[in-house]
Ligand binder design. Structure first.
Ligand code: MG
Length: 388
């Protein structure tokens, strides 16, 4: 029997790649539920191709339009975040793909965990803003399988290993489009230049995060929660080719790495078929054509966001929640052309400096810190936009 999936964020980059994997493997997967933001056209198309029984759009008005468009078809349409949570917990799905971008994926992902689903996690912000809570809820309840390529690499290297034999993990970072630029050169870069990633095709938010290196910072926090490692045992190296997706060093000094072409369908398929592997039609690597692999230390002075993430993780509590929320607001403002690229780290720094972290005792504490950080960062964006 094909494994039934619910996909949260089906119209985004990870969602589209997940449906690609489903289409290529009808014997392995079927689609029970889809949830997205407000993209009615693409959802109509996905319903026609994948025949889910339940779909939701978080934009309630868009959900009404969708309802009109698919009237008479055998699919229930829901609107709002409640509807998204209904998809996340639906009886018909065994695995939930969590691929909504940003902290708004938190509540539906938690609901899926509480419902005992296997969660294939692409949304790193869920672990950044509420890792303690998510890991606590998942313990003994639900399996959490990473989709993020670096974490998938580590997860693959750890197969059959004991976590207590790990000395450290090494996350690789492409360095993004602005690798090697000076701060003066970066002051004038545009959103369009930031969106031009050298190796990966991704959504706009994660692509800008790659350009600031915040993406790697968020992934350090994600690795901390997924693999139960302290920050000093999680390292980052710049690896421009994006071929080695990450490495694990064991106590005997052995390093294991996972290598593959940069194609998200591979870690998605692994997360969905784990512990088995699915045959993929894409060609593998030609090591001879690649020729050389390079590794270098990240430039934390020019790209301070990486250090901010380590700092937030060390300080703990709601500090990573604030880091994430400030980053989401700043990146959105940069994409809209409201602030400059270098305002992103500056605004994040200012939000961290104003925050007194609290222990993550409940979801409410997380949501309150998230709301507070969004509010003060929005205010700072307005000041920056006025040239302040
Ligand atoms: Mg990644």
């Amino acid at each position: 029997m094909p494994r039934p999936l619910a996909i949260l964020g089906s119209t985004g980059s990870i969602g589209i790649n997940t449906l690609d994997v489903v289409t290529a493997h009808p014997e392995a997967f079927s689609v029970s539920g889809l949830a997205a933001g407000g993209n009615v056209e693409l959802m109509v198309d996905q319903i026609a191709r994948h025949r889910p029984s339940l779909v939701a759009l978080s934009d309630a008005e868009a959900a009404e339009r969708l309802s009109e468009r698919v009237r008479g078809q055998n699919v229930a349409v829901r609107g709002g975040m409640d509807g998204v949570c209904e998809v996340a917990t639906m009886d018909g799905a065994e695995t939930v793909v969590s691929a909504i971008v940003g902290a708004q994926g938190l509540v539906p992902t938690l609901e899926a965990i509480r419902a005992g689903k296997t969660v294939a996690l692409a949304n790193k912000e869920v672990l950044v803003c509420a890792g303690e809570l998510v890991v606590r809820e998942a313990r003994g309840q639900a399996a959490l399988v990473p989709i993020d390529s670096e974490h998938s690499a580590i997860f693959q290297c750890l197969a059959g290993e004991d976590l207590s034999d790990v000395r450290r993990v090494i996350l690789t970072a492409s360095g993004g489009p602005f690798h090697g630029l000076s701060p003066q050169q970066m002051a004038a870069v545009t959103a369009q230049e930031a969106l031009d990633h050298p190796n990966w095709e991704m959504g706009p938010k994660v692509t800008v995060d790659s350009a600031t290196l915040m993406n790697k910072g968020l992934e350090v926090i994600e690795a901390h929660w997924l693999f139960d490692l302290p920050p000093e045992r999680i390292e980052v190296v710049i690896h421009r080719q994006s071929i080695v997706h990450s490495l694990v060093e064991f106590v005997d000094g052995s390093l294991l790495a996972q290598l593959a072409p940069p194609d998200m369908r591979l870690p998605i398929a692994y997360a969905l078929s784990y512990p088995r592997r699915l045959p993929m039609s894409q060609p593998g690597l030609s090591l001879v054509e690649i020729g050389q692999l390079s590794f270098e230390r990240p430039d934390e002075e020019t790209f301070p966001c990486l250090g901010y993430a380590y700092e937030a993780l060390r300080r703990g509590g709601t500090m990573p929640t604030v880091l994430n929320a400030a980053n989401e607001v700043a990146v959105q403002a940069f994409l809209e052309g409201t602030i400059a690229f270098l305002d992103i780290p500056r605004l994040i720094r200012a939000s961290l400096d104003r925050h007194e972290p609290r222990p993550v005792a409940s979801l409410d504490v997380v949501l309150e810190a998230d709301r507070w950080a969004r509010e003060i960062t929005h205010e700072a964006v307005a000041v920056a936009a006025d040239g302040g």
